[in-house]
Design a protein around this ligand. Structure first.
Ligand SMILES: [Zn+2]
Length: 147
């Protein structure tokens, strides 16, 4: 094992065991500006998508990464009382429509029985579940817009 590899290993051990889920989909700027989701814009036809490796319009696999809108509208949602392991109940899953004509599946932050369809929501960061060490995994969620 070379010196460089030893160094890498040491650095890795120091990292806190709190993970950003899907860093390829979520950008959290280091300068403190607001986080945003990353979309893939097809270089051939301009179709915008989220979480894709192939354009649904022209099958191209060449994309440029673009920032998606931080606000969207709740299309539909579900209050969930019987959860998956690692997820404290109750919690809320929803489909949120973004202005880019994208419908994305997200967790909503807040209390059950407080959301309604067509409600405007905005991107936020928060724990979406616990990892095996019972530490929170931080990722994107949507929440009510604070007036
Ligand atoms: Zn395309």
């Amino acid at each position: 094992m070379g010196q460089e590899e030893v160094q890498k290993k040491k650095t890795k051990e120091k990292e806190p065991d709190i993970t950003f889920f899907h860093p390829d989909l979520l950008e959290v700027p280091q300068d403190g500006s607001l986080p945003y989701l990353k979309g893939q814009k097809c270089k051939k036809c301009g179709q915008i998508d989220f979480k894709t490796t192939m354009c649904i319009n022209c099958w191209s696999e060449e994309f440029e990464t673009i920032p998606l809108s931080r606000r969207g509208k709740v299309y539909s949602f579900s209050d969930i009382y019987i959860g998956q392991p690692g997820l404290a109940t109750p919690y809320i899953f929803a489909y949120v429509d973004l202005p880019e004509n994208l419908r994305i599946f997200v967790q909503l932050e807040g209390d059950v029985n407080t959301y309604k369809c067509d409600e405007e929501v905005e991107l936020t960061l928060g724990p979406i579940r616990m990892n095996n060490d019972n530490l929170p995994i931080i990722s994107y969620k949507f929440k009510k817009i604070s007036a």
